[in-house]
Design a binder for this molecule. Sequence first.
Ligand SMILES: NC(=O)c1ccc[n+]([C@@H]2O[C@H](COP(=O)([O-])OP(=O)(O)OC[C@H]3O[C@@H](n4cnc5c(N)ncnc54)[C@H](OP(=O)(O)O)[C@@H]3O)[C@@H](O)[C@H]2O)c1
Length: 333
Amino acid sequence: MENTKWVLKERPIGLVKDSDFELIKEEIDELNDQEILLENLYLSFDPTQRMWLNDMPGYLPPVQIGEVVRSGGVGKVIDSKHSDYKVGDLVFGFVGWQSHCLVAPTQDERFRVIPDILPLPTMLNVLGTTGITAYYGLVELGDPKPGETVLVSGAAGATGSVAAQIAKLKGCNVIGIAGGEKKCQWLKDCGIDEVIDYKNSNVHEELPKVAKNGIDVYFDNVGGELLETVLFLININARVLLCGGISSGYDATKLPDGPKNLFSLIIKRATMQGFLVLDYLPHAEKALEEIGTWVMEGKIKHIEDVQEGLENCPQTLNRLFTGQNFGKQVLKI
Ligand SMILES: NC(=O)c1ccc[n+]([C@@H]2O[C@H](COP(=O)([O-])OP(=O)(O)OC[C@H]3O[C@@H](n4cnc5c(N)ncnc54)[C@H](OP(=O)(O)O)[C@@H]3O)[C@@H](O)[C@H]2O)c1
C-alpha cells in the first residue's frame, strides 16, 4: 500500500507556494506493536500551521526540511496493533498532510477516538479544537458577565464566531470585527449586536462609536494595531485574551507591530493573557458537552469551508491568510 505525502522542501516566505513542498509517494511499512494505520479523511487547517514551517522556537518544534507537514485531522483506523484502537475507529490527532498516517500513539501525543455522530468537518470545527479554544479562552479566562461588552476580532472565523456566539449566550453585548460584507452579514444573522467590516471602513474610527460603554472582554485573534486601539477603550478590570495575532501573517520575516499603550492595563487594572488550546485538550469534556448541547439546540451557528484533494493543501493553507475561507477551513482527502 502507498502513502502520498507533502514534505517541506524549503522554508516559505509569506504565503506558501507549492514549490516550498514536495508531494511524494512511498510504500507503507508493516505495522509494529503499538502502531496504528490511519486512512486520513479530513485535514484541519489552522493558522498556527504556518508558524510551524518557520525555523523559530515555538510551543511545538518547527517542521524540519524533509518532514511531512504537521496538521490536525481525522483518519479512520484501517489496521491496528494497539489495544486502545480498533479497525473502523475514527481518530483525531496530528495526522499530517498525507493520505495515510502510520503512528504509535503515546500518552503525550494522543490520537483521540471521536464519536461518529456529526459530519466530520463539524467535529473538526465547533466540536473540535476550534470550539474548545473559543470556550476556554472566553468562558474560563474571559469570565464574561451578563451586560458586559465583549469584543471579538476575526469574528467570522472558525474560533471567533464560536467565541462571539458564546458571549451572546452569556448575556453580553457583543461587537464583532470581520473582513467583507458576506462575513459581516453572517455575523448579524448569528445575532451579534454590532459588526464592523474592517476591510470597508476605518475600524479605529468605528470601534469607539459602537463601544460606547467601553470594552470589558477582548477576545483577540488578530493582534497588531487593532490591539492598540482596543487598549484605549477597555474598562476597569477588563480581560484581554490573546488567542492569536494573524494580522502579522505568522511569517518569521517580521515582528508584529506591538501596542505602545500597555500603560492602559495599569490605569484600568486590566489583565492581558495568552493561552494555548493544547493545555485544555486533555480535559475538554465540559466544553464539548456544553458546546454540543448549544449546537444541537441550534444556538450556535457554524460553517465549514470544505476544500478537496490532497494536492490542494498548500493553497488551502493560504486561504486563512487571505481571508478566502468562510468558516472552519478543512480539506477532504
Ligand atoms: N491560542 C490557541 O490555542 C489558538 C487555537 C486555535 C486558533 N488560534 C488563533 O485563532 C485565530 C483564528 O484561527 P481560526 O483557525 O479560527 O481561523 P479563521 O479565523 O477561521 O481564519 C483566519 C481568519 O483570519 C482573518 N485574517 C487573515 N489575515 C488577517 C489580517 N491581516 N488581519 C486581520 N484578520 C486577518 C481572516 O478573516 P477576515 O476575512 O475576517 O479578515 C481569516 O478568515 C488565529 O489567530 C489562530 O492563530 C489560537
